[in-house]
Design a protein around this ligand. Structure first.
Ligand code: C5P
Length: 420
């Protein structure tokens, strides 16, 4: 019989699911947000993790262990006295197997217990018993806004963070009680992404990364314009990968409908000139600039204020084009003290390496990333060729996010942070 796990082992690293081989203990304490934890289990399993659910007695008032068992495909632990453990030490066994413990929802009471180091039921007991240096603890608080804002809760949060826990969220918004404010548990997909990011190496910690992405739109008149097929997916993946690697990321995006990656500051623009105007003042505040945007080379010299109409002559209107400023080349020629380390992209239809190398020189940048434009526009996967002074290096076909993470590794290996 074919073993699907064995097949998975043969796949290249970059196409393995994001939480492949990760074993997560998912703890639920009492709160209405327990309903989101059902979806969270599915998200974690889809991302390749194995999930062992542990619930407090209060959590079982909100969602049944049967539901969590069915979704995780493992029977749920509810008690320290679980007869399945031959050594009667569920707290030790569970915390030694886990790559991480995620408590979602983490109630105000549960956080208070952790802050005091109390351990009177299985979940708090296994959090206390975990080896702090190899089993991280992540908490997704969920509570009413007044409980969240209470000085006791804020004091407890400072304490649990000091003791090594990572706090995810909470978000602000509508609450089950009808009030609006801070204290909503993050959504299942947000928690999944937080966990994935948590496991990424922090190769760009402390560095600022500025990214351009997407197409630009050059207006001809109020309803028409010149644009291109860039979807922005590669640039958004680069922004996400840089944020996962611990960088402070600013993303200047042309007109695309993509969600903003978590912890990324996004500035939306439309035209090449707007992108230039947004990027130039930001360049000196960042250490690295990655120009993935497919910036239009030309724009109409003057956009019509009214829609161009057919005049009945059968002759189309003519309009003059002028060249757009080259954002990457301008940033790459800033004085050294203001100049980030620049990475350009070359989307070509043929002779990829030759064009990329020519661009490396013309734009005076240390690294150009080549890809075949028509083959990648709009797709979720891509193939990249890195071209620099040392030579060429191909990153074979893979999802754009996997390639972006590899590119981040390549950038981190080449970029030396400025002395502070
Ligand atoms: O000149 P070309 O468009 O072929 O170069 C591509 C690279 O230059 C990409 O990194 C792109 O984001 C950047 N670029 C730019 N401003 C332009 C044109 C291209 O930043 N006006």
């Amino acid at each position: 019989m074919i073993n699907p796990t064995a097949l998975m082992e043969c796949r290249p690293m970059s196409t393995l699911p994001d939480l492949h081989l990760k074993h997560i203990v998912l703890g639920l304490s009492g709160g209405i947000a327990c309903y989101k934890s059902a979806e969270l289990v599915r998200e974690l399993v889809r991302a390749g993790a194995t999930v062992q659910v542990v619930m407090t007695e209060a959590a079982t008032q909100f969602i049944t262990p049967v539901t969590m068992q069915a979704l995780s495909n493992r029977s749920v632990y509810l008690s320290q006295w679980d007869a399945r453990e031959s050594n009667a030490m569920a707290h030790i066994n569970l915390s030694r197997e886990a790559d991480a413990i995620l408590v979602a929802p983490a109630s105000a009471d549960f956080i208070a217990k952790l802050a005091q180091g109390r351990a009177d039921e299985l979940l708090s007991l296994l959090c206390l018993a975990r080896p702090v240096d190899r089993c991280p603890l992540l908490l997704a608080p969920a509570m009413n806004r007044e409980m969240w804002a209470h000085p006791a809760t804020q004091r407890n949060l400072v304490q649990v963070k000091t003791d090594g826990a990572t706090v995810l969220g909470p978000a602000a918004g509508d609450q089950a009680c009808g009030e609006i404010g801070d204290g909503r548990m993050l959504e299942a997909d947000e928690l999944r992404d937080e966990l994935i990011a948590f496991f990424q190496p922090k190769l760009l910690a402390g560095r600022g990364v500025l990214v351009t992405a997407g197409p630009t739109f050059e207006a001809i008149d109020p309803v028409r314009g010149i644009t291109n097929h860039s979807s922005g997916k590669m640039g958004f993946a680069v922004a996400r990968a840089a944020a996962e690697a611990g960088a402070r990321v600013t993303l200047v995006a042309g007109p695309v409908h993509l969600p903003t990656p978590r912890h990324v500051r996004r500035i939306d623009v439309s035209s090449a000139q707007q992108m230039y105007d947004a990027v130039l003042p930001l360049a000196a505040q960042h250490d690295i600039f990655v120009a993935t945007a497919a910036v239009a080379d030309w724009r109409p010299a003057a956009a019509g204020t009214h829609k161009l109409k057919k005049d009945g002559s059968g002759r189309p209107p003519t309009f003059e084009l002028i060249e757009n400023p080259d954002i990457l080349a301008t940033v790459a020629r800033l004085p050294p003290a203001q100049r980030p380390w620049c990475v350009g992209f070359a989307a070509e239809s043929h002779d990829l390496v030759r064009h990329a190398r020519e661009k490396l020189q013309r734009k005076a940048v240390p690294l150009i990333v080549g890809n075949l434009g028509p083959a990648t526009f709009g797709r979720d996967d891509n193939t990249l060729v890195l071209v620099d002074a040392a030579g060429e290096h191909e990153l074979p076909a893979a999802p754009k996010l996997a390639l972006a993470r590899q590119l981040v590794r390549e950038i981190a290996a080449r970029h030396t942070p400025r002395p502070t």
